[in-house]
Write a protein that binds this ligand. Structure first.
Ligand code: GLU
Length: 397
């Protein structure tokens, strides 16, 4: 057969850099190497046992059939109560859809809103899938450089980027890969600036719970209704409850946006797996137990962060801005680039080859010269990785 005529929409996409890095780690491991994978943003914790039990019970009770497209009523109710309890925000069930992971939530939100003539704003560094999802719609990507503000987006930067064609902005805070957090008051100013120009916001809040003191958890759900109606929240159970493989996420948006996303989802995945939804609903219903597991995980992430950031700064003289949230460090490695190691991709490759430590090159996040290090990895392995990085760097100088 001659070359396959791939659609223009898919031709415009690049493969996921994070998943490619994860695959590189798996391949190297298969060859027998002792690999430390700091690439993918996947909690090393297992799903809490009580949530697994809920799924087993659901299976035994025959929750194995189709569910409504926006998800089980019990899950919609669970998400509704979660926002009421945690953020004092009320949403109706017709504003909530369960999706197959946070990625589908963002895909739904963008595809239901963007046209080829529209401009969609992304703040750099962005999560690798944002530009590709926008590319799929044919809309024009307009990026906002935030290096001057230490990768923290502010309202002035957004105002400068908005044109008559701007339809959407995707905002991710705590940010992947930077770990930076947009303070709540600034976030509000950004939403006000957007609302004034009729620009809608996809708020990727997948890491909303992962914020380290003294910084505080913020959700756009906390904004007044007249601002909130411009926002589609994309959330996920993957990171918060260590459930990456379960593929359950959700959107919370105005009823019209939700109706459009529901139509789109009815022709793609229909809904996430029925018994995974049932387990998530129970996890939210039995919140005290679930929160206990979550608190334990966050405490451990905080411990790793407290070790990793100074360690990177000290041993590697990395310029590393303070990640207030998520579970990533995003050091600037430009100080190590030279004739042989020209780019951060080369640097990341060097760590892979010489230290069997897998990281993700910043280029996939729109910011070359940096690498992303995920600390969703056991403490001892993290320490070992730092030692190995130190040795590689020592041989460079
Ligand atoms: N979101 C995670 C990451 O950035 C998981 C991989 C992915 O879906 O991109 O590593």
């Amino acid at each position: 057969m001659s070359s396959f005529p791939v659609s223009e929409a898919v031709k415009r996409m690049r493969p996921s850099a994070t998943l490619a890095a994860m695959q590189a780690a798996a391949d190297l491991r298969e060859s027998g190497a002792d690999v430390i994978d700091l690439s993918v943003g996947e909690p090393d914790f297992d799903t809490p046992q009580h949530i697994k039990n809920y799924a087993i019970e659901a299976l035994q009770q025959g929750v194995t059939k189709y569910t409504p497209t926006p998800g089980l009523k019990s899950l919609q109710k669970g998400i509704q109560s979660f926002y009421e309890r945690e953020f004092n925000a009320h949403f109706e069930p017709n504003q909530i859809i369960a999706t197959s992971g946070g990625k589908q939530a963002i895909f739904n939100a963008v595809c239901a809103a963007a046209n080829p003539d529209d401009e969609v704003l992304l703040h750099k560094p962005y999560w690798v899938s944002f530009p590709e999802i926008v590319n799929f719609t044919g809309a024009k990507i307009v990026t906002i450089d935030t290096e001057e503000t230490g990768f923290v987006l502010n309202a002035e930067q957004v105002k400068r980027a908005i044109t008559d064609k701007t339809k959407l902005i995707i905002i991710n805070s705590p940010g992947n890969p930077s770990g930076r957090v947009i303070p709540g008051a600034e976030f509000r100013k950004i939403v006000e600036a957007c609302a004034e120009k009729n620009v809608f916001i996809v708020a990727d809040e997948c890491y909303a719970r992962f914020v380290y003191p003294p910084h505080e958890v913020f959700s756009t759900a906390m904004l007044p209704k007249e601002l909130q109606q411009f926002v589609c929240i994309a959330g996920t159970f993957s990171k918060t409850f260590a459930m990456t493989g379960w593929r359950v996420g959700y959107t919370v948006a105005n009823a019209e946006w939700t109706k459009a996303m529901n139509k789109l989802q009815s022709h793609s995945t229909t809904h996430p797996t029925s018994f995974a939804q049932a387990a998530c609903a129970e996890a939210l219903e039995n919140w005290e137990e679930t929160r206990k597991s979550l608190d334990e995980m966050i405490e451990e992430y905080a411990r790793r962060r407290a070790y990793l950031i100074p360690a990177l700064r000290e041993i590697c003289s990395f310029q590393c801005s303070e990640p207030e949230g998520a579970f990533y460090a995003f050091p600037d490695v430009r100080g190590y680039l030279n004739g042989k190691i020209k780019t951060s991709a080369d640097f990341s490759d060097l760590l892979l080859r010489e230290a069997h430590v897998v990281t993700t090159d910043g280029a996939g996040f729109g910011v070359s010269g940096y690498i992303r290090i995920s600390y969703a990895t056991k403490f001892e392995r993290l320490k070992e990785a730092v030692e190995r990085i130190k040795n590689v760097i020592g041989n460079l100088t």
